[in-house]
Unconditional design. Structure first.
Length: 244
């Protein structure tokens, strides 16, 4: 396995000191990443607000309208990420060139696994780790099949968090037994979230096996919604959903 670490160690005049560490290379490469554009963080915050509004989908089922264009906000964030990380400064370009060189060679062979770790000092710069680095064109073009993760390093124990490559809110809507219940309106409301950037998977009275398969499907779901009859045991704290 080849490991590539892109490490931020400190900043100078709002520039980020970068060390590129490649496991099978004899020497590390040093460089500087230009300052983060202010509009990148502000657009990310707007997207995050819209994303969280989708998580409030239960309120929308009660006729509270979510008025956010998450998909448009996501495109804006991605555009700012690429404008920043594709900046061709003399101190950042060698890092980009090396990543392209290694990625091109790996794509030609693909005989081993590739793992990319974005190293951020613990707590410091943590906000920087939340932006969608996986949407950087360079990583998408040269490392699309590799694992990308964040690592917080410092005096405490290191933590590695794998970055989800899928940058959409995914909703699983299950409609169970619905006699005497109007589930059509629930379906219409949730499906309407697709216009706002969400991806909705609808299961109509699925079998236990079909539901289990959907729940385990990659890359998973952020929101699960059930519409239909349910039951509970009066003597125990056990409830269940009625599929059909």
């Amino acid at each position: 396995m080849t490991k590539i670490k892109i490490r931020l160690s400190k900043s100078h005049d709002q520039e980020f000191d970068i060390t590129l560490i490649i496991s099978n290379q004899p020497e590390d490469l040093r460089g500087f990443l230009p300052p983060q554009p202010p509009d990148l963080q502000s657009s990310f915050n707007q997207w995050l607000s819209g994303y969280r509004s989708l998580e409030g989908v239960r309120l929308e089922l009660k006729n509270v309208i979510v008025s956010s264009d998450v998909q448009s906000q996501a495109r804006e964030v991605i555009a700012w990420v690429n404008e920043w990380l594709n900046f061709g400064s003399s101190q950042w370009q060698p890092i980009r060139d090396k990543l392209i060189e290694v990625g091109s060679r790996w794509q030609g062979a693909k005989k081993e696994e590739m793992y990319i770790i974005l190293d951020f000092p613990e707590e410091k710069f943590i906000q920087l780790g939340r932006i969608p680095w996986q949407e950087w064109d360079l990583l998408k073009n040269y490392y699309s099949d590799s694992e990308i993760a964040l690592r917080l390093y410092g005096k405490q124990a290191q933590t590695i968090i794998t970055i989800q490559k899928y940058w959409k809110v995914r909703i699983l809507l299950v409609v169970g037994r619905s006699d005497d219940i109007q589930t059509e309106n629930d379906i219409k409301i949730v499906k309407n979230l697709e216009k706002k950037g969400a991806e909705v998977k609808l299961l109509l009275q699925p079998t236990k096996e079909e539901l289990s398969e959907a729940l385990w499907q990659e890359p998973g779901y952020q929101i699960f919604i059930f519409s239909g009859h349910s039951s509970c045991d009066e003597e125990t704290p056990i409830s269940w959903l009625e599929s059909g």
